[in-house]
Each structure stands twice: as structure tokens, then as C-alpha cells.
Design a protein around this ligand. Structure first.
Ligand code: ZN
Length: 337
């Protein structure tokens, strides 16, 4: 799979797990979120009782907002979480049930991406020998990575997207994800009755891996930081009456402030044709990923790659004919996509 073969760093592998792993249940997201907050160091043994606390807490929190957390009809473990939410089960009992039922598939399946195990492990299953999982050096290295704080946002964004896909189940090919420019959120439904699914930044960053789409300098999706990414229209917003669906996912990227609005920023200029190729590759990546961005992109840009290329080419030609000037960024970071 291209996503992690291009740049097989540890954070690519981790993102591949979150973005491409099996999604028959949301347990993987809960496990990832639990691992973030445990602050475990290399070679630490995390007992199942300890893991059960954040793991069940994240699932209980999500269950309060979205009842569907699994593709199968029922789960004893999720029933326990629901009972806890309804004050019918004590916290101690929830932890016991989580240890007993909650990890049945997620520990085994965590490192499986597109039906195959990835070659790096972030923990080792020692449930039989030692009653827990052992954190590997890989996870520890990941935690030291500058992008680590973004993972939590991405995991939550992905979780919400998967939930939304399941919720809309039968009508999934009707899902259209749109962008609210003021709120910087993606939503489904209509303006009158909409469901906010996630921050736009969090969804887009899964592909860009914390790098500006144009110049590859480091960007953040965390609101507390100075280098918070801008959500940028690849073909400028000013073309809104010329290019169809300009305010949609196919045309949105994350950019650093310099590229978006700095001294040599893009503004109302058209990115070079090479960058259009990069955008196409990014959109195809989303399509090879799962619901609901996939369905939206197909609806908006075409149901096969040739059509989607044509759509991009046509939009690009309109942009070029309208705005004339081209823009090309200076590369400021490692080329990662
Ligand atoms: Zn940039």
C-alpha cells in the first residue's frame, strides 16, 4: 500500500493503523487513545486492568453521543459500557467486564492493515504470560516524535468519520461531506439540518502528516500552537462562480501561514501543474481510504480515476484562464507525500 511504502517511518505505520486498519468496531481508536495518555515508556508492561480504565472511558464517552460503535448487531462489552452510562453498573464492574470482554479482538487486530500485519509492533501481547501488553521501543519513539500531539486529533477525527459512516449505513452513498468555511468544520446533511463530523484540519492532516501541502514545512492541527495550519482552497476561493464545488474536500488542503498568506503566499494565484498532480494523488488516497470522504469525493469529482483527472484538469484550466498567474512554493521541509 502506497501510503506507508513511500515513507515507511514509524509515524506512517501508526497512521496506517488508524486510517486503514480494520473497522468492524471502534475499539482500535479507543486503544490508540488509551496508549497516548498512559505515558508508558519503552519496555513497560501495561496490565489489562490499567488499560481497561481509559479504554472503557473512551468508549463510554463515544457511546453517549453515538450508539453504533460496532458493525455487528450486539456486543456484551458494549452492553456493559451502556449499563455503566445508565448507572446500572459500577465502575469496578465495568473494569472487570472490560478486562474480560473488551480486548477480545482489538489486541490481535491492532497491527493488521489491509489484511496484513505491518512489520513494526507498537506493543507485544503478553496477556497469557504476564496479564498485559508490553510497550515496544517503537511506541516510545513515536511518542517522542514532533507529530505526536497531532495523533490524538487525527484519531478522534477518524473515529467520528467511521461512526458517521456506520450511522448513515444504508444511505452511505448519499453522504456528502461539505466544508463550512467559517467554522472550519466538515459536516454532512443540509445547511438546515447538519451533522458536524469533525474539524476539517484533523481529517486532512491524516494524509499530510503534519506537513504543509505546498512547502512541506511543519504544521500543527492543535489550536494551542503558533503554527496552526490554515485550511486552504487549492484552486482559490475567488473562483467560486467558475469552478464547481470549489468549497469541497477535493479542493481543500492544509497549508502553512507563509504559503497561504505570507509575503510570497499563494493568494489568488494558481498552483503549478505539478502541484495539481499532488492534489490528484491525495484525493485518490482518500478514495482508497474509507467512508465518508471517499463517497463525497467520488460524487463530486467522478466515479473513476480517469473522470476525476478530467474534472481536475477542467477545473484547473478554468482557474488558469481566469486567474492567469501561477504560484510555486519554495520547499522548506522533507518531501513526505
Ligand atoms: Zn507552506
Amino acid at each position: 500500500m502506497e501510503f506507508y511504502e513511500v515513507e515507511p517511518t514509524l509515524d506512517n505505520y501508526w497512521r496506517a493503523i488508524i486510517l486503514f486498519g480494520r473497522n468492524v468496531a471502534s475499539y482500535k481508536f479507543a486503544l490508540a487513545k488509551s496508549l497516548y495518555e498512559l505515558n508508558a515508556v519503552s519496555n513497560d508492561l501495561v496490565k489489562m486492568e490499567k488499560l481497561a480504565e481509559p479504554f472503557s472511558r473512551h468508549l463510554c464517552e463515544h457511546l453517549k453521543l453515538e450508539s453504533k460503535q460496532i458493525t455487528s448487531k450486539s456486543s456484551k462489552f458494549l452492553s456493559a459500557c451502556n449499563n455503566f452510562n445508565a448507572d446500572k453498573l459500577s465502575h469496578d464492574e465495568l473494569i472487570k467486564q472490560t478486562v474480560k470482554l473488551g480486548f477480545a479482538n482489538v489486541i490481535d487486530a491492532f497491527h493488521v492493515v489491509n489484511n496484513g500485519e505491518i512489520k513494526h509492533r507498537f506493543f507485544i501481547d503478553e496477556r497469557k504470560q504476564n496479564g498485559g501488553i508490553r510497550i515496544t521501543d517503537n511506541f516510545f519513539k513515536l511518542a517522542e516524535h514532533e507529530q505526536f500531539t497531532n495523533f490524538e486529533h487525527e484519531t478522534e477525527a477518524r473515529w467520528k468519520l467511521v461512526e458517521q459512516g456506520w450511522k448513515m449505513g444504508v444511505a452511505r452513498n448519499l453522504i456528502t461531506v461539505e466544508y463550512d468555511q467559517e467554522l472550519k468544520t466538515l459536516f454532512t446533511g443540509t445547511k438546515e439540518r447538519r451533522v458536524d463530523i469533525t474539524s476539517c484540519r484533523d481529517s486532512l492532516n491524516g494524509y499530510q502528516k503534519g506537513r504543509c501541502f505546498y512547502c512541506y514545512s511543519s504544521i500543527s492541527v492543535s489550536r494551542k500552537t503558533d503554527n496552526l495550519a490554515d485550511v486552504d482552497h487549492f484552486l482559490p476561493w475567488t473562483l467560486k462562480n467558475h469552478v464547481p464545488n470549489i468549497n469541497a474536500v477535493w479542493n481543500l488542503v492544509l497549508a502553512c501561514k507563509d504559503c497561504n498568506r505570507g509575503e510570497n503566499g499563494k493568494f489568488a494565484r494558481v498552483p503549478t501543474i505539478k502541484l495539481l498532480g499532488r492534489l490528484h494523488k491525495r484525493n485518490e488516497y482518500f478514495i482508497s481510504s474509507h467512508l465518508p470522504l471517499r463517497e463525497t469525493l467520488i460524487q463530486q469529482t467522478g466515479n473513476n480515476e480517469t473522470r476525476r483527472k478530467q474534472f481536475l484538469q477542467q477545473s484547473y484550466s478554468i482557474a488558469k484562464a481566469t486567474l492567469i498567474h501561477e504560484w510555486q512554493p519554495e520547499i522548506k521541509g522533507i518531501i513526505t507525500f
